[in-house]
Design a protein around this ligand. Structure first.
Ligand SMILES: NC(=O)c1ccc[n+]([C@@H]2O[C@H](COP(=O)([O-])OP(=O)(O)OC[C@H]3O[C@@H](n4cnc5c(N)ncnc54)[C@H](OP(=O)(O)O)[C@@H]3O)[C@@H](O)[C@H]2O)c1
Length: 335
């Protein structure tokens, strides 16, 4: 096999991403060199950061896509040919060359996934970068302590649903979420064990938050930014901490609150820390051990919204950016 179908950046999005910003194309696959394997991709992750990488501006932590070139991102697949003893034929591996049906991967850039302990999808979700982001944001960054009140914005998405559940499993006293729509809110309350969920699309988030956190928020895990960030700051406990994971509300809008809200950080002695998950790689073994245990005991819910086929990947990303997914958003590329 020397070619594969891939998703190509056709043009840079004009503020709001639409599926037509991408196209399907054929790219060459290199001959296998020593230490490489040919992988048939089964699932790939849909991530908000993919949208950011379509812009021309420098992101400081990742590279941007070029017009006419293929996208990439996390994927899991099965090794079908190998020149590496570390990646045997038949093994399930995770790597960074998604957005294509087949990939030639270096063994140094691929991780074996044990599908006897969790399905392939979980290695992109609870056991993947998604879950690891939630873990890093709560513990080394957020310094969560048992009994504390935690607010998670974007709670119905991939990272948020893990952050809220991990907080509960790590002993938080009260877990509050914000999410858009009744279905996500019901799922977070009934299946994921959140104590309170605010439907920010139907209600008034800023007005409901004081009642949801009467003693103040000790740790705010923020996926959304914007108006929810500003409202949360006004409800922080003294010496509270904000773990800044992302600002998905920034995409496609120029309406943002003024930085005047930051005075709350002074008044309430708040620590605000942004983070990039890859800086916490040394914690991955303890993270995987804990999550495998939580999945085995049934205490952790790992739900995915799965789009079928590479031809629908662009529509899947547009859906993700408008909140269509409940839990982790994935594309199935093959059985
Ligand atoms: N720091 C890191 O290392 C790192 C690593 C991975 C991800 N991230 C960030 O983590 C965040 C979550 O990523 P994810 O993979 O969980 O994505 P996701 O599954 O798409 O979840 C994001 C959630 O945000 C909500 N949302 C979207 N637009 C919104 C808006 N304008 N206002 C309020 N809520 C909105 C969405 O649904 P509803 O609107 O329906 O609630 C969705 O549930 C993103 O900001 C991402 O960039 C950071």
């Amino acid at each position: 096999m020397n070619q594969t179908t891939a998703v190509i950046l056709a043009r840079r999005p004009d503020r709001t991403f639409v599926a037509d910003d991408l196209s399907l194309g054929t790219i060459d696959l290199p001959e296998l060199a020593a230490g490489q394997a040919l992988v048939r991709n089964q699932y790939m992750s849909l991530d908000p950061s993919t949208r950011g990488r379509m812009d021309p501006g420098e992101k400081q932590y990742t590279t941007n896509f070029t017009i006419g070139g293929p996208l990439d991102g996390s994927a899991v697949g099965v090794v079908v040919e190998s020149s590496s003893p570390k990646l045997p034929v038949g093994a399930t591996v995770r790597h960074r060359l998604g957005w294509r049906e087949y990939a030639v991967v270096d063994d140094a850039a691929a991780t074996l996934c044990d599908i006897s302990v969790a399905p392939a999808t979980a290695w992109l979700s609870s056991l993947g970068q998604t879950g690891f982001t939630a873990y890093a944001g709560l513990l080394p960054v957020g310094r969560l302590q048992p009994g504390q009140t935690v607010l998670v914005s974007g709670a119905g998405g991939a990272v948020g649903s893990m952050a809220g559940q991990f907080a509960r499993l790590l002993g938080a006293g009260r877990v509050i979420g914000s999410a858009g729509g009744a279905e996500k809110c019901a799922w977070l309350r009934d299946d994921c064990g959140f104590d309170v969920v605010i439907n920010y699309r139907d209600g008034d988030f800023a007005a409901e938050l004081p009642g949801a956190a009467p003693d103040g928020i000790d740790l705010f895990f923020d996926n959304v930014g914007g108006w929810q960030f500003a409202a949360a700051l006004q409800n922080m406990a003294i010496n509270g901490r904000v773990s800044m994971c992302g600002a998905i509300s920034n995409f496609g809008t120029q309406e943002q609150p003024s930085t005047a809200c930051l005075i709350e950080a002074v008044l309430r002695r708040i620590t605000i820390q942004g983070f990039i998950v890859r800086d916490y790689e040394d914690l991955r073994p303890e993270f995987e051990q804990r999550v495998i245990g939580w999945l085995a005991s049934g205490e952790l819910v790992d739900r995915a919204t799965i789009v079928e086929g590479i031809a629908n990947a662009g529509a899947g990303l547009a859906g993700l950016l408008s909140g269509a997914n409940v839990g982790k958003a994935l594309v199935r590329l093959s059985e």
